[in-house]
Design a protein around this ligand. Structure first.
Ligand code: PLP
Length: 380
């Protein structure tokens, strides 16, 4: 999810270039890993997909994708849905009753970017855990600090669900260290809570830690994963968990308008992405480190934290132009980035930006920022 950008600031070269996917194209789009376009091999897989009516449970490609992803996460079942937002919202709906409190991390996608769905669709209140500087991570002690036990007078909303996000988007792609995640999940279990993981970028977290997606999914009742971020598919997410939960989620998917028909067309892209794009995610992480290294030490620029996956956040200290100015100036040079606050910029690497594209973007950023800093009366 990125702030919207009007087409007037997009260089025409980006708007008119034909989709290539999996490689270079004119301009460098670092706004999000959702901007990738399917390449010819993925398009061929889509064209050849064997399909059926998925609401009847008859689309073989969807069934195969669901089995593959459930196996990857070591869960009993998986459900294909159009978006990560729907996968998360099904998870929330499954584990709660209207009026419950759901604990989410500071900066959680569920709170910031899902259009108020937790309240609108499930009647939930979101309570944040952790400090802003935690980048989406927190400790068992911080969880205990916000937890309200049930009371005999029923004055407190039941806190029934804890959601973690791994990697954490607004935290700059931070990965939960295994031991910390295990301790927080164990604390939540002791408090009687259920557990949902927003794993839109779980694949990146597993790549960074050198472990399996199943290792990172184990403590959770449900896990949402996306095919349309680092894996480069045009759409599609899955909610994974116990078979009984996934069967119930099927009904809510229908209720939310997410049941589809010959959607093996999309699932085929997902199967292709799992097979061909998972193993290369480390390259995106390397490219993000390259961008971060180019920014480090520039006057007035503060890289928010060491890069762990495919996201770089940096702040423009007072004195330098603000984020909106930098976004426009870079767009005019053919490099698209996102404002992530008045003075914060986000860069995301992905399948459609190779090393040379990142080196070019780094050079454009450096030259803009160095010029901006040198124009100031006092050094920032
Ligand atoms: C952490 C996280 N969760 C969920 C989503 C939602 O995915 P979608 O845009 O497919 O609804 C995103 C999208 O960027 C995300 O970054």
């Amino acid at each position: 999810m990125v702030p919207s950008m009007s087409s007037s600031v997009l260089p025409s070269i980006l708007l008119s270039s034909p989709p290539k996917g999996g490689g270079s194209r004119p301009g460098v789009d670092l706004r999000s890993d959702t901007v990738t376009r399917p390449g010819s091999a993925m398009r061929a897989a889509i064209a050849e997909a064997v399909v059926g009516d998925d609401l009847y449970g008859e689309d073989p490609t969807v069934l195969s994708l669901q089995e593959q992803v459930a196996a990857l996460l070591d869960k009993e079942a998986a459900l294909f849905v159009p978006s990560g937002t729907m996968a998360n919202q099904l998870g929330l709906r499954l584990h709660t009753q209207p009026g419950d409190d759901v604990l989410v991390s500071e900066g959680a996608h569920i709170k910031w970017y899902e259009a108020g769905a937790a309240a609108a669709l499930s009647g939930l209140q979101l309570v944040t855990v952790g400090a802003p500087e935690g980048a989406g991570l927190f400790s068992a002690a911080e969880l205990h600090a916000v937890y309200q036990p049930r009371r005999s007078d029923h004055a407190a909303a039941p806190m029934t669900l804890l959601c973690l996000e791994n990697t954490h988007n607004r935290g700059g792609g931070r990965v939960w260290p295994m031991a910390q995640m295990a301790a927080v999940c164990a604390a939540a279990r002791e408090l009687g809570m259920r557990l949902h993981l927003d794993g839109a970028r779980l694949w990146n977290a597993a790549t960074a830690l050198g472990c399996s997606p199943a290792d990172l999914s184990r403590p959770f009742d449900t896990v949402s994963v996306c095919l349309s971020k680092g894996l480069g598919a045009p759409a599609g997410s899955l909610l994974c968990g116990r078979r009984s939960d996934i069967d119930r989620a099927r009904r809510f998917r229908r209720m939310y308008g997410g049941s589809m028909r010959q959607v093996g067309i999309l699932a085929a892209a997902g199967c292709y992405a799992l097979q061909h794009h998972m193993a290369r995610l480390g390259e995106d992480h390397e490219h993000a480190r390259l961008l971060s290294a180019a920014l480090t030490g520039l006057p007035g620029v503060q890289v928010v934290q060491p890069v762990e996956t495919n996201i770089v956040l940096f702040d423009l200290l007072p004195g330098l132009p603000d984020a909106a100015t930098l976004v426009s100036a870079l767009a005019a040079r053919g490099v698209l980035v996102s404002a992530f606050g008045a003075r914060r910029i986000r860069l995301v690497t992905h399948l459609d930006v190779d090393r040379s594209a990142c080196l070019h973007a780094a050079e454009q950023l450096r030259s803009f920022l160095q010029t901006a800093a040198s124009a100031l009366p006092v050094s920032v």
